[in-house]
Design a protein around this ligand. Structure first.
Ligand code: PEP
Length: 258
């Protein structure tokens, strides 16, 4: 019933050097051909470390692969005296289509607030790329039954001030922190509960076109064996995949969920 193309995004985190990245992208592409993947049924994206992007670009463009790629983070600044930072325009120049903003590891380990995440989403949009805005509660919040209001506050803060057209084109990833890298996947109903609430909130704040266009992903211990149940839910438009995205067969199986 929806016209949203499912999105399967592999977050490699701090894994694989540029030579290993070339091998994985080539193997993933071959796996997708083997499995007769139809790009109209799922868009496939890899999110390597910054140092791998040039190599990934060469493989993807050289072979004209039906794969897109993006970065795991971006600076809030455009250019200048920000040692160690990478700007959105640099990523766009390398052919990146997506940028992950506000991953829970950055929120936790680097103190990123919703305000910072919002600034990173704006920087990404200003460079004509698509932000993948990550939200989701920790175990304590889940145990208190507060996952919906907690996550809605993150969505509100992270998307603040964006217009309806911008929100319609972006991606929100619901990643309960207790399910990330733990092997403990949320049930399809758990994923649907919060993904549905995210879309309903966006409908209130940004209108129907934004709510119907925005793609809401689930992330947290997604594997080929559990992706089907999650993707069957009406408000889940794809998956953000960590660990399993480092294995070409496993990630290929996830992309071939349909
Ligand atoms: C992630 O870090 O975005 C993630 C979902 O990790 P994993 O799939 O390993 O739980």
């Amino acid at each position: 019933t929806s016209t949203r193309t499912p999105l399967m995004a592999g977050n490699w985190k701090m894994n694989l050097n540029h030579q290993e990245a070339i091998v994985l992208v080539q193997k993933l592409a071959a796996t997708l051909v083997d499995k007769r993947h139809d790009p109209a049924k799922a868009e496939v994206v890899v999110l390597p470390p910054f140092t791998d992007l040039r190599s990934v670009q060469t493989v993807v463009d050289g072979d004209r692969l039906p794969l897109r790629y993006g970065a795991q983070d971006v600076s809030t600044h455009e250019s200048g005296a920000y040692t160690g930072e990478i700007s959105a325009s640099m990523l766009a120049k390398l052919g990146c289509s997506y940028v992950v903003v506000g991953h829970s590891e950055r929120r936790e380990q680097h103190g990123e607030t919703d305000e910072v995440v919002n600034a990173k989403a704006r920087a990404t949009l200003a460079a004509s790329m698509t932000p993948i805005v990550c939200v989701g509660e920790g175990l304590d919040v889940r145990q208190a039954g507060e996952q919906v209001p907690y996550t809605m506050a993150q969505v509100e803060g992270s998307l603040a001030g964006l217009d309806a057209g911008q929100v319609a084109g972006l991606v929100v990833a619901y990643e309960p922190v207790w399910a990330i890298g733990t092997g403990e996947v949320a049930t399809p109903d758990d994923a649907q509960e919060v993904c549905q609430a995210i879309r309903a909130q966006i409908r209130e704040t940004h209108g129907d076109a934004a709510a119907d266009g925005v793609r809401v992903l689930y992330g947290g211990s997604v594997k080929a064996a559990n992706v089907g149940g999650i993707m069957a839910k009406p408000d889940v438009d794809g998956a953000l995949v960590g660990g399993a995205s480092l294995q070409h067969d496993e990630f290929g199986g996830i992309c071939r969920f349909y």
